[in-house]
Design a protein around this ligand. Structure first.
Ligand SMILES: [Zn+2]
Length: 133
């Protein structure tokens, strides 16, 4: 298995590399912005860090399980493009487009406008809307 601290660029696209970007948050660091949290959650999908995804999901909307390991066909994540990031006090919105492919299928875009809430200094994913592309 590949050592994850050699992931350069970071799965979220940051040229600084995983260990200096999303890896810090996956190891317990605090996301300073909702965008940083959103990027780390994208990287967690890439790396199948279901524990991290659930831990950063707001308890009011958090699913019991994501069953990422059992997903068939498994998605291949191809890239992340953050379009917009707005923070207003304890609320934030991040709009992004993730590209992925299922099995040998063709690449598709997932366009999401995510809402985040900050509680006790930590950002949590609340929910998302999926506008028409
Ligand atoms: Zn990253």
């Amino acid at each position: 298995m590949q050592a994850i601290d050699t992931l350069t660029p970071c799965p979220c696209g940051n040229n600084a590399g995983y260990a200096r970007c999303c890896g810090l948050l996956h190891e317990g660091g605090t996301a300073v912005t909702a965008e940083a949290l959103m990027r780390s959650r994208y990287s967690a999908y890439v790396l199948k860090r279901e524990d991290y995804l659930l831990a950063t999901w707001h308890p009011s909307t958090r699913p019991v399980s994501l069953k990422l390991a059992a997903q068939q066909p498994a998605p291949s994540w191809l890239g992340l493009d953050v379009k917009r990031h707005e923070e207003n006090g304890a609320h934030a919105t991040v709009e992004f487009i993730a590209r992925l492919r299922y099995g040998g299928g063709k690449a598709q875009r997932m366009h999401e406008i995510s809402r985040f809430l900050r509680e006790q200094g930590r950002w949590y994913y609340l929910d998302g809307q999926f506008p028409e592309n």
